[in-house]
Design a protein around this ligand. Structure first.
Ligand SMILES: [Zn+2]
Length: 364
């Protein structure tokens, strides 16, 4: 995990720059948002530190994310070491680190284009899934990703970047992507491996971000409904073993293409009914597949601007023994907090170029 005590900004991108459709269809499934950093009217540093920075953007089902906020308290924290009350933690240089959370990204596949019809089928009648996806570009070009990598390196911006391993069931990153040449996929993976991993933690955002995969067959379940979509899976309580297996399946594909992972991201409301099992299963999966010492995951947004987004150490165990373990729940802030800090969000274009304005703010 490259980020200690980070506060998170979340954004998604659903279509490449300079695409005529991009402006016309102003939001992808992930609701591409960007942040325009305006001069801060009133910078309340204490609020900033307590509340952290904000998540902007949504996931495929924003309401799922929103509904989760603050509900992670049921997840066991596990053991806690004895600590002197006189000892506290300070941020490096007394500054608040920020981090971007990029969701719904992968190699080449524009998730917005391919996911929308699947969501429309599973959630009939929802206006947010009845959009002209057929007009949207099918590809996020590597040139766009390269430009993003250049910007983040030039400005020291770090965070999490999703690579969906079987994006919208289009293909498998470790086997091939129908619609793209083998060489194009290899070059795209090389770009992620060589450039993005310098500043970004790579996460699987489960296996497909659309249909749930039957782990016994490797195929999506025949039935299409709310609970056979990853965003709201599982529909009932499942074991830690199952959650660990599902997350491991996603992680293994990324391991097969030499992408290192120390964490995972849930698509929308994945695991809402099994929050404790998800957390512990995620720990077991990352330990098993990548031997990650301290795994982490991203799932929750804190909507309350008075609440801390300090990462939450969960399922801590074995603190006195030779192999202590835990998983860190990295909590994102919400755009309400961004507004409170005097920043303005734009949903008008989804251009990542606009979020490049972050660099101006960073230099202050
Ligand atoms: Zn997502």
């Amino acid at each position: 995990m490259v980020k200690d005590n980070v506060h998170s900004i979340h954004c998604g991108h659903g279509r490449p720059p300079d695409s005529p459709q991009r402006v016309r269809h102003s939001s992808s499934l992930d609701g591409p948002h960007s942040v325009e950093f305006q001069p801060m009217k009133k910078f309340d540093r204490r609020t900033f530190i307590r509340g952290g920075c904000a998540l902007i953007g949504t996931s495929f089902i924003e309401s799922d994310l929103v509904a989760q906020a603050g509900h992670y308290q049921e997840i066991p924290l596990g053991e806690r070491p004895r600590q002197s009350p006189s000892v506290g933690l300070l941020n490096p240089s007394d500054l608040v680190p920020l981090s971007f959370i990029i969701d719904d990204s992968t190699c080449l596949v524009n998730m917005g284009h391919f996911c929308m019809p699947q969501f429309e089928r599973a959630f009939p009648g929802r206006p947010d899934y009845s959009k002209p996806w057929w007009d949207w570009p099918r590809e996020i070009p590597d040139d766009f990703v390269r430009e993003f990598a250049d910007w983040s390196e030039a400005n020291g911006v770090q965070g999490k970047y999703s690579i969906v391993p079987n994006p919208a069931c289009v293909g498998w990153l470790d086997r091939g992507l129908p619609g793209w040449s083998h060489q194009a996929l290899q070059e795209s993976l090389k770009l992620v491996r060589g450039r993005l991993t310098r500043n970004w933690d790579i996460h699987p955002e489960m296996i497909t971000h659309t249909r749930v995969i039957d782990l016994k067959t490797g195929r999506p379940y025949d039935e299409v409904n709310l609970h056979t979509m990853e965003n709201s899976h599982p529909g009932h309580v499942m074991s830690v073993d199952y959650m660990a297996s599902y997350i491991s399946y996603a992680l293994q594909i990324l391991k097969n293409v030499d992408l290192p992972c120390e964490g995972f991201t849930t698509p929308g409301g994945f695991g809402n009914r099994v929050k404790a099992e998800l957390s512990l299963g995620g720990f077991q999966a990352l330990r098993a597949v990548f031997s990650t010492r301290i795994p982490h995951y991203f799932k929750y947004l804190e909507l309350d601007t008075e609440s801390s987004t300090q990462p939450r150490v969960e399922h801590a165990s074995g603190l006195e023994g030779p192999d202590p373990g835990c998983i860190v729940n990295v909590i994102g802030g919400h755009r309400r907090l961004v507004r409170r800090l005097g920043w303005r969000l734009s949903r008008t274009s989804g251009r990542i170029r606009q979020s490049f304005r972050l660099s101006r703010w960073n230099k202050r």
